[in-house]
Design a protein around this ligand. Structure first.
Ligand SMILES: Cc1cc2nc3c(=O)[nH]c(=O)nc-3n(C[C@H](O)[C@H](O)[C@H](O)COP(=O)(O)O)c2cc1C
Length: 268
């Protein structure tokens, strides 16, 4: 369907931005989306959105970006959050919504790993009592940037059946659900490792996390928020009353190996 094909599938990371300034109207559009759209995963967790200009590159570069490389961009989005259960999944979910909104506005973006959240906050001279949960570089893609698209797992690799030891039966999927799963398979993740799987039962999809030595706790939780938002965004585009992800423990035995963690599930 259109939202998956036109937005989710087309959104890929950018590491070469042009110097072109993002107009104030576009920043206002992203802020309006953040303030108005009901795109939170966990109700009641306070968050604050701040935009920073390219001047902040010097402040961020010590503490943000893998392999010691912070991406130079005309703008950075920082999402601050109160600390609460699942606040990082919630922040990943909210910020992913904003990166897809950016894609709709013709902007490119790149998630940035955070080495030291407290140091980022100090460097930005912020004192709002919240944690730095996400940093995203954004702006217009440099037309000379010939960056290749990252390869993604297929839905056949991503999905399992009703439990971890049962194969998925993807033959009878509705088109709507298939696109939701494709959106998950296309999700952004730390180092593109995609260390998670979906268990697809007849009435419920469950997200489980695979062990990944390279992914730290914060990035793992952001990954989960991103994948849950991608699923929800495609569902929501056709059904605004779409059910939401729940962290309630599973009612059925998902037969998970010891090193696989249950994350959340959604009714379908
Ligand atoms: C939590 C998280 C942290 C990331 N950190 C970085 C980073 O520090 N530097 C970078 O170049 N890309 C970073 N990325 C972007 C991923 O490398 C990228 O999403 C992945 O390779 C998939 O490519 P795509 O975004 O084009 O789909 C991060 C992504 C996530 C989700």
């Amino acid at each position: 369907m259109q939202y998956y094909e036109n937005i989710v599938k087309k959104r890929n990371s950018c590491r070469g931005f042009s110097a072109r300034k993002v107009p104030e109207e576009a920043l206002a559009g992203i802020r309006k989306y953040y303030e108005d759209v009901e795109s939170v995963l966990v109700e009641g967790i306070g968050t604050e959105l701040k935009f920073y200009s390219s001047d902040s590159y010097e402040l961020l570069k010590q503490h943000v970006g893998y392999n010691g490389i912070c991406i130079k961009a005309p703008n950075y989005l920082v999402l601050y959050s109160d600390k609460a259960d699942h606040y990082l999944e919630n922040a990943g979910y909210i910020a992913q919504g904003m990166t897809l909104m950016m894609a709709e506005l013709g902007l490119a973006s790149c998630w940035m790993t955070i080495d030291d959240a407290a140091a980022v906050k100090k460097a930005l001279s912020e004192d709002n009592g919240m944690e730095v949960a996400c940093v995203v570089a954004f702006g217009y893609r440099d037309p000379e940037n010939k960056e290749k698209r990252a390869p993604k797992i297929t839905i056949e690799e991503l999905c399992l059946g009703k439990d971890f030891r049962t194969e998925a039966n993807l033959v009878r999927l509705t088109r709507e659900l298939e696109d939701c799963l494709r959106a998950c398979a296309h999700s952004q993740s730390f180092l593109n490792l995609q260390p998670y799987r979906l268990l697809v039962d007849y009435d419920r999809v469950s997200l489980v996390g695979l062990p990944s030595e390279m992914t730290n706790e914060a990035d793992r939780r952001l990954n989960y928020g991103i994948v849950m938002f991608n699923f929800y965004s495609v569902m929501w585009a056709v059904r605004p009353s779409a059910p939401k992800w729940s962290f309630e423990p599973p009612e059925r035995d998902l037969r998970l190996p010891e090193d696989v963690e249950y994350v959340a599930s959604i009714r379908i």
